[in-house]
Design a protein around this ligand. Sequence first.
Ligand SMILES: Cc1cc2nc3c(=O)[nH]c(=O)nc-3n(C[C@H](O)[C@H](O)[C@H](O)COP(=O)(O)O)c2cc1C
Length: 489
Amino acid sequence: MNDLTAPRLYNEYDRPHADVREFLARIERAGELLHVPHADCNLEMGTLAEAVNQGGKSPPALLFDEIPGYPKGYRVFSGATNSMRRLAITMGFPVPNHPLDVVRAYRDRMKNHEPIPPRVVKSGPVLENVLRGDQLNVLKFPVPFLHELDGGRYLGTDDLVIMRDPVDHWINCGTYRVMVHDARRLGLWISPGKQGRQIREKYFSQGKSCPVLVSCGHDPLLFLAGGNELRFGLSEFDYAGGHRGKPVEVVHSEVHGLPMPAHAEIVVEGEMLPGEFAPEGPFGEFTGYYAGGKSDQPVIRVQRIYHRNDPILGMATPMRPPSDFSYSKCVMKAGMIWDEVERSGLGGVTGVWCHEAGGARMLNVIAIKQAYAGHSKQAGMAAASCQSGAYLGRFVVVVDDDIDPTDLFDVMWAICTRCDPAEDIDIVRKMWSGPLDPRIPRGATSNSRAVIDACRPFEMLKSFPPVARATPELRKKIEEKFKDVLSRC
Ligand SMILES: Cc1cc2nc3c(=O)[nH]c(=O)nc-3n(C[C@H](O)[C@H](O)[C@H](O)COP(=O)(O)O)c2cc1C
């Protein structure tokens, strides 16, 4: 095991952060946090998230405070995991030098990852304030209105929507958008096929209401777990516990006995009644469009609100990428696809990257060292259809191991020179997509995939023309000799 594979190495820290506050202190020490006073939740926070994340190489996380109309200390936190360093701190990996370091560390840890179920505790900071009856008002928090064409204010973006499967009784936590209808009613949008939607349908098909918690502001590791596809039946709490090396602490909610993170900042408890719908959306989404439009979606009737003193609301702002979470999604998706493809039995993978231009879903690249004819096609098909790579995909590109999958120029060069379109591009129809896909007709929920084999054909490996590039030794020698010239370029 090298140092990247050691499980639960918490950088300079010897234990996982307890909550979002300790995480904030850690990223502040790492120079990765920007304090932003006086930004209004009406469009200013969303637009600042856009400007910061589209403006430079390594955007910091943003902590909004002194928000007009709200008590000082009521804060909003954007971009928690959206850099190589913050991701490494979140996951407890050594500080990386290259994006693939984090992806590889994730893949390597998953070889030994054992889910750890949450530990139920009687109390926790989330219970510092428990609101019932007339006190219920989700707008006591600085809920942002993110983009100009949105249909409302969104409490849930960096959230965990927690539900119990009524048949198998496992707990699913998914990140799904949650719009505010009014002080005590929320709209929840879940795309067809998502596990939370399957669970909700089980309640509704039996004519039962569906109990639900919405946690907003928690250990960013839970956001990474909730926002990426895990295998059906694996609770995100158990998955996150496995990464922490210790259980996530949860307390049971008052009304439905659902587990909520004991250190969460804000948790809303409620239920969705079968047949009760209200217009939800539109919402600017991660593909860069308002494709889902406005539609009737189930309503959460709020029954309790739990929150810490001076609560910190998490915010993740989907938009034309890059966004305040798209980088972290690239890394997580890439690690998960690499892990799943290898679990399917395929060897020889040397790297995976899901590009931000494709929202970390629509342009995924897998690099392999070819070992047999058909290897590259097998890799492409597996990456296109595994659980973490299946939803709303579009293009999967397979490249040889001399190509850096994170480098779009390198990838495009491989496509241009090693892929014969008629021979090497396969179209797979009727794959998992959904209303957020801007290219498919409204109402459709499936799309097609292009699996682009941009590897040298296996049969031509020996005869493929050599690459016209100096050998590393020659390059080094000449660069050394002419370093004065080169330093002036
Ligand atoms: C910031 C963010 C927002 C998301 N919003 C939604 C959403 O509104 N609806 C949805 O179905 N999926 C959304 N997703 C994707 C889901 O979180 C993801 O597919 C996750 O795997 C769903 O959980 P599940 O697999 O347990 O269903 C979002 C992801 C992120 C990171």
